[in-house]
Ligand binder design. Structure first.
Ligand code: SAH
Ligand code: SF4
Length: 385
C-alpha cells in the first residue's frame, strides 16, 4: 500500500507500502500497521504528495525517524502541528512491541519483540568500550535446519519486513545514549532467504541512519546465488560466511545447505565477493568438541583461504540441547585450533561470550519464551550455560 497526500490529506494507494514486503508470506502482516520506519526518504516524500514543501518535510521526518530514533510525533518540533497530527493518524513510529526486555550483568541488553501477532523474534544491544553494536534478526525462525542452532530447531514462521528489520535497530538505539555504530545480522534467520528486505534495510541503515556499509555485517549460511547478487552491487558490506567445517562430509551433517552448495563452491563465491568489494573474506567457525575442532580441519581451512585477505572468527559452541550431544571444546583445544591457523598466516579472532545470563545467543530466548508469545517447543532449546 502506498500512502500519498491529496489536497493536503494523506491517503493510501496499493502501489507501494510503508513497510514494503518482498514476499507474500509477510505481505499479510503489512496490513496491520503502517509504519514510517522502513520507508525510504523518497517514499516518505511520495507519501506527502503534492505539498510544495514535501521534499523538505520528508528530510525532517526521516531525520526524526532514523537519526534521532524518535518514538513520538510530538517530538517533531520542526514539523507543523497539522502535519504531525495527520502523520500520527496514519503511521506509527513504533512498528514493534516489546514482549520481554532482559539486561545482562555485562551490559548486554536483549529484546524479544513482535508485531502484535505473537510471532516473536530477538535483537541484542552489545556495548563495547569503543563502540556500540547490535545484533538483529531477519526472519521469525529459520528454515535452514542447522543441527547446532536453537533457531533452526524451532522451524520457520516468516520473513521480517523492512520496518521490522530497521525497527529493531531503532528500538535498541532508544535504550542507549551512545550511538549504535555497528549492526550484525546474526540473530534469528538466514538473511539471504529474505534478500530484498534485508538489502533495503541495509540501504536505509546506510542512507538514513547514517551507518557505514563497512559497519554492517550480514552473516550467511552460504547461499551462493545471493552471495553473487550482493557482490554485483559492489557495496563494501561486511559479509561473513558461517563455514564451521572445511570438510564436506562434516559440514553436510551440521548444515543441510552444504549438500546444495558445498565447501569449495561457497568459499569460491566468498573470494569473488572479496575481490568485488575489496573486503577481507570473513569466515565464522563454530568449534564443537570432537566434531569441528580437529587440527586437520584447521589445516584444511588455512589451505582453503590462504593467499586472500582473510579473517577467521572462531565461536566456541554455545550449549543448546539439540540432542546431537554437541559440547563446547576445552580452552586448550580452542587455543590449539587458533594457533594452528595463526601458524599458517590466517588472521584469527574469537567471538566473546556475552550476555550468557540472558541467553543472548541466536534463537535461545525466543525458544524459552513461554505463554502468550510461545512459538517454540521449549524442550528443544534450553540454554544451560
Ligand atoms: N543464518 C545466519 C545468521 C544467523 S546465525 C548464519 O547462519 O550465518 C548467526 C551465527 O550464530 C552463525 O554463525 C551461527 O552458526 C551461529 N550459531 C548458531 N547456533 C550456535 C550455537 N549453538 N553456538 C554458537 N554459535 C551458534
Ligand atoms: Fe538458520 Fe543460521 Fe541457525 Fe543455520 S545457524 S539454522 S542458517 S539461523
Amino acid at each position: 500500500m502506498a500512502i500519498f497526500a491529496s489536497r493536503g490529506r494523506i491517503v493510501y494507494d496499493r502501489a507501494h507500502t510503508a513497510c514494503e514486503s518482498a514476499d507474500s508470506a509477510s505481505a499479510k502482516y503489512t496490513r496491520w500497521v503502517l509504519s514510517l520506519v522502513g520507508m525510504t526518504r523518497a517514499q516518505i516524500e511520495e507519501a506527502l504528495g503534492d505539498r510544495p514543501d514535501a521534499r523538505m518535510r520528508s528530510r525532517q521526518i526521516a531525520n526524526w525517524v532514523y537519526r534521532r530514533a524518535g518514538s513520538s510525533f510530538d517530538q517533531m518540533n520542526d514539523i507543523p502541528e497539522v502535519l504531525r497530527r495527520e502523520l500520527s493518524a496514519t503511521f506509527t513510529l513504533e512498528p514493534l512491541q516489546i514482549a520481554r526486555h532482559l539486561k545482562s550483568t555485562d551490559g548486554v541488553e536483549k529484546l524479544l519483540v513482535h508485531r502484535g501477532d505473537n510471532e516473536v523474534f530477538e535483537c541484542v544491544l552489545l556495548p563495547y568500550g569503543d563502540r556500540v553494536s547490535c545484533c538483529i534478526s531477519s526472519q521469525v525462525g529459520c528454515p535452514m535446519g542447522c543441527t547446532f542452532c536453537a533457531t533452526g530447531l524451532g522451524g520457520f514462521d516468516r520473513n521480517l519486513d523492512v520496518s521490522e528489520i530497521v525497527g529493531q535497530v531503532l528500538l535498541l538505539q532508544r535504550l542507549t545514549p551512545r550511538r549504535i555504530s555497528h549492526v550484525v545480522f546474526m540473530g534469528m534467520g538466514e538473511p539471504f532467504l529474505n534478500f530484498p528486505n534485508v538489502l533495503k534495510a541495509l540501504e536505509i541503515l546506510h542512507d538514513e541512519v547514517g551507518m557505514s556499509y563497512r559497519h554492517l555485517t550480514v552473516s550467511t549460511v552460504g547461499l551462493v546465488p545471493q552471495i553473487k547478487m550482493l557482490a554485483e552491487r559492489k557495496l563494501p558490506i561486511h559479509l561473513a560466511l558461517s563455514l564451521h567445517s572445511p570438510i564436506d562430509a562434516i559440514r553436510d551433517r551440521l548444515m543441510p545447505v552444504n549438500k546444495k552448495w558445498p565447501v569449495r563452491e561457497v568459499v569460491e563465491a566468498m573470494k569473488a565477493y572479496g575481490r568485488a568489494t575489496g573486503r577481507k573474506i570473513t569466515i565464522e567457525y563454530l568449534l564443537i568438541d570432537g566434531v569441528t575442532d580437529s587440527i586437520d580441519q584447521a589445516q584444511e581451512l588455512a589451505r582453503l583461504i590462504r593467499g586472500v585477505p582473510n579473517v577467521v572468527n572462531v565461536i566456541p559452541f554455545n550449549y543448546v540441547d539439540t540432542s546431537q550431544g554437541f559440547r563446547k571444546p576445552s580452552r586448550e583445544r580452542v587455543r590449539a585450533f587458533k594457533n594452528e591457523l595463526k601458524k599458517r598466516g590466517i588472521n584469527v579472532t574469537e567471538r566473546m561470550e556475552r550476555g550468557q545470563d540472558i541467553a543472548a545467543a541466536c534463537g535461545q530466548l525466543a525458544g524459552q519464551h513461554a505463554g502468550r508469545f510461545a512459538r517454540r517447543d521449549s524442550r528443544s532449546v534450553l540454554p544451560v550455560s
